[in-house]
Write a protein that binds this ligand. Structure first.
Ligand code: EPZ
Length: 425
């Protein structure tokens, strides 16, 4: 079982380029099922999740050409030969559910295994299904002979409608937007998620001939069209990777320039780091983060849907706060179980307590100690790398497949900044 070894490293310094966004490229790839023409996605990150999504598209009959050197993926779903997602692939990646909307719109049917929960929460898809029902689909849940759950959506025709999302769900907003693109008439998504990845998807769909307005606000209007054509699109930079390197500068008292980053996508992280005394400045092609002072002050964090503080940067920020001077409180309002990393950080002397499910108290001012720890999910794994950079001695992180799902070339990137980090085989 391979692990990542991190030794106490000095201040990280230098420049690092962020890859294309995992959470943008996955819906973009799913959207290519909406047309029988060729699409090309550029600046695709080299991630396990992208490989799984490519295999998933091929299982539906699409021709997929990944060129990792050129960072492009070409997809042509000229003929859809299956509208059932294979179980093993879906189990590997929750984002497989994003194929439902396109398959339903393109073929009138979509059947996917229930993605199931994961370390950070139950991850239901009730809002996705609520949207499909509003567009006219009949939804059935079935179980196979092994009692494994599937959900099937069938609709002879999709007709526009008004959908209110009880929770600002990123995936539900994306799935409904893709299905509505080919529905007859107007669809309105109210209380829509506003993440930059949704804007990126809407931009790609509009390049394909869709008529979508309001992406990035809480109300998205989609005027259905009869068909969509192929298009080329470049993925937006990964704001969560950018935030992770911003925290690396803060926790090691370093000076890192992060390129290929849009600072307006990481405003909450910039604001909270500045509250802690970290300098953050725009540069010609990114952001420069400097933590001049030895001890930085603490601040409280509350995760919220965009444009609030991103839940995907909560574990990394918590790690930094464990070393900042003074106590802080972290509220995790998006997922019901996204403190799995606390147990691992406490093995490193973080001293964090969880008085109630969604509230963590970080005492701060701790000198972390190296330990054997486990990545419980993708972002928790990144947080443990940050902890290892500043902890005395050596930190060995297992279950690193989580990290490889969402961070391209993470060892090389941290090493180029001066981190003492290696992957054991
Ligand atoms: C996306 O997941 C991201 N993944 C997540 O990133 C991110 O944490 C999350 O959005 C929130 O920003 C991708 O984009 C591939 P949600 P998604 O639907 O779409 C509840 C990472 O580390 N909900 O916005 O699955 C849900 O339980 C990953 O990169 C329902 O109740 O998240 C959660 O509490 C982790 N019913 C909340 O909404 C539904 O039908 C937000 O979930 C759907 C969601």
């Amino acid at each position: 079982m391979s692990t990542i070894l991190v030794k106490k490293s000095g201040s990280l310094r230098g420049e690092v380029e962020v890859s294309g966004s995992k959470n943008a490229v996955l819906p973009l790839l799913a959207a290519t099922l909406l047309t029988d023409e060729a699409c090309e996605i550029a600046d695709v990150p080299d991630l396990k999740d992208v490989d799984v999504m490519s295999k998933l598209l091929m299982s539906f009959g699409a021709v997929v050409e990944e060129d990792k050197g050129a960072k492009t993926v070409k997809v042509c779903a000229k003929t859809i030969t299956s509208n059932e997602a294979p179980c093993p692939l879906v189990k590997k990646m929750r984002a497989s559910v994003l194929a439902m909307g396109p398959l339903l719109a393109r073929t009138g049917r979509a059947k996917v295994p229930l993605p199931g929960g994961c370390a950070i929460g139950k991850r239901p898809i009730d809002l996705h299904l609520k949207g499909f029902r509003t567009l006219g689909a009949n939804i059935e849940s079935t179980e196979d002979e092994l009692n494994y759950g599937y959900v099937e959506a069938v609709a002879a025709k999709l007709t526009g409608g008004e959908i209110y999302l009880d929770t600002r769900s990123v995936g539900a907003t994306e799935n409904i937007m893709m299905a509505a693109a080919l529905a007859e008439g107007m669809t309105l998504i109210e209380n829509a998620a506003q993440e930059p990845e949704i804007v990126d998807l809407a931009n790609f769909l509009n390049k394909m001939g869709a008529k979508i307005k309001g992406a990035g606000t809480d109300m998205i209007k989609i005027e259905g069209v009869k068909r969509l054509h192929g298009a080329k699109h470049t993925v937006i930079p990964d704001r969560i990777e950018a935030g992770t390197f911003m925290l690396a500068a803060a926790i090691t008292n370093g000076d890192i320039t992060i390129t290929n980053t849009l600072s307006n996508h990481v405003k909450p992280v910039i604001a909270k780091l500045r509250e802690c005394g970290v300098s953050v400045d725009d540069t010609a092609n990114g952001i420069r983060v400097r933590a001049g002072r030895k001890f930085l002050t603490a601040t409280d964090i509350k995760t919220l849907p965009y444009p609030g503080f991103p839940t995907d940067i909560q574990p990394q920020f918590m790690t930094f706060l464990a070393t900042a001077s003074g106590p802080s409180v972290i509220w995790e309002t998006v997922f019901e179980n996204r403190f799995m990393h606390v147990k691992e950080l406490n093995k490193m002397n973080a001293g964090i307590t969880i008085p109630e499910g969604r509230k963590a108290i970080v005492p701060g001012g701790r000198s972390l100690k190296g330990a054997k720890v486990r990545a419980t999910d993708l972002r928790a794994g990144a947080a443990l790398i940050l902890a290892g950079l500043t902890a005395a001695g050596e930190t060995e992180i297992s279950d690193i497949y989580h990290i490889d799902r969402g961070y391209a070339k993470i060892i090389e990137k941290f090493s180029s900044l001066g981190a003492d980090i290696t992957r054991t085989v």
